[in-house]
Design a protein around this ligand. Structure first.
Ligand code: SF4
Ligand code: SF4
Length: 373
């Protein structure tokens, strides 16, 4: 049975040790990073940089504590994520969200290069075949997967599995394009966008959000560059009228998340990856959206483990006990105390990701929770 360490977000004593950064220090001491990382070894801290309008990410103050702890054992950390929008713009997003060398105490680099096509094909499984893992993640010997927990329109829940599956894989591959990238998870078949002229109000939100400038409207007709499109689905997601659809299958999507996470982890030796889940600012949607809505569940705390399945299960179990927050999307949707807030929001059986990850041998859903006080 795997061990998951937990620190509550609640403060009972007015001392640094009882603050969240202080508790994070103690969690890192409990798991003992020197069991995983060696002197002079490079260690990736994989997080999500957010977006221009999505400020609810793992805060730099926490990244700094992790960096300092890794440095204290003589290893060499850096912060990384894959390209979601144009690479230079994404680095600027990181900077705007306070994630830069000065604040976190370590270099902040893109894992798949400025163009998001610096990656290596890695065997995944029956659904995906091969998937384009960011070269930096492929090469680095050790990693801390630092995940901001939230809801997600297709996955229902986003934590460590999604952080690796979507976040350590590129949008495109130099030769096989989106079919070996994140789009292979997002869509099915050829993944052609479907535009509904009847519903379209020509608000142009879809063209504004496209990270690759694929979409244009000529003579009130929707056009997009199918060859260039990564099948990220952002355009369909922001359409307020349901006028744009990217074909998908949510069950397949969740299973493919687990498959891609397995592919990413296959590039590491045993006991070289540590997971930290931040149950903070739990917003209804992904950190890549153009805005961050108010949290739907109160801050719960931080979890740390070396078992990705156990930490995801423990995260879900903690969130299940939490009531929906007032004045949030959960309240708008009349979600009640005792309901599963994330499931009720998106109606997606998110547990499939975790079950599938266990089935693929990534870890165990049975765990022991040890709370640090
Ligand atoms: S799915 Fe939409 S937003 Fe994403 S790259 Fe294609 S056209 Fe652009
Ligand atoms: S976001 Fe939807 S409604 Fe707006 S222009 Fe695009 S397809 Fe039309």
């Amino acid at each position: 049975m795997s061990l998951v360490y937990f620190a509550s977000a609640r403060v009972s004593k007015w001392k640094f040790e009882d603050s969240m950064p202080g508790k994070l220090d103690r969690l890192l001491d409990e798991i003992n990073l020197s069991r995983f990382f060696e002197k002079n070894e490079w260690v990736a801290i994989k997080t999500h940089f957010g977006s221009e309008g999505a400020h609810r990410v793992v805060r730099p103050i926490f990244l700094r504590r992790i960096v300092e702890k890794i440095k204290s054992i003589g290893a060499k950390p850096f912060i990384t994520d894959t390209v979601r929008i144009k690479g230079l713009d994404y680095l600027e997003v990181a900077n705007q969200n306070g994630i830069n060398h000065l604040s976190v105490g370590a270099p902040v680099v893109l894992a798949d290069g400025l163009y998001g096509n610096d990656n290596i094909l890695v065997k995944a499984g029956d659904i995906l075949g091969e998937i384009a893992v960011a070269t930096l993640i492929y090469d680095v010997p050790a990693m801390v997967v630092c995940s901001h927990v939230k809801g997600h329109i297709n996955a229902g829940y986003g934590g460590a599995i999604k952080n690796l599956a979507m976040g350590a894989v590129s949008g495109t591959h130099r030769h096989c394009g989106w079919k070996c990238g994140r789009g292979a998870m997002h869509t099915i078949g050829e993944g052609k966008l479907i535009w509904d002229e009847e519903k379209c109000t020509f608000c142009y939100q879809c063209s504004e959000i496209c990270p690759l400038d694929c979409i244009e409207f000529k003579d009130n007709r929707f056009n997009y560059d199918d060859d260039k499109c990564w099948r990220c689905g952002r355009c369909a997601r922001v359409c307020p009228e349901g006028g744009l659809t990217l074909p998908g299958d949510d069950i397949l999507f969740m299973k493919s998340l687990a498959e891609a996470a397995k592919a990413v982890l296959s590039t590491f030796k045993k006991s070289k990856v540590v997971y930290i889940n931040f149950l903070t600012e739990i917003q209804p949607e992904c950190d890549c959206m153009p805005a961050a809505d108010v949290p739907v569940i109160q801050d719960k705390g931080i979890l740390i483990s070396d078992d990705i399945v156990a930490i995801e299960q423990a995260t879900i179990d903690l969130l299940l006990k939490e009531p929906p927050l007032p004045s949030s999307l959960a309240a708008d949707q009349k979600i009640q105390q005792g309901d599963d807030v994330l499931f009720s929001l998106h109606k997606r059986p998110y547990i499939i990701q975790i079950e599938e990850a266990e089935r693929l041998g990534l870890g165990k859903r049975q765990y022991k929770l040890r709370e640090i006080k």
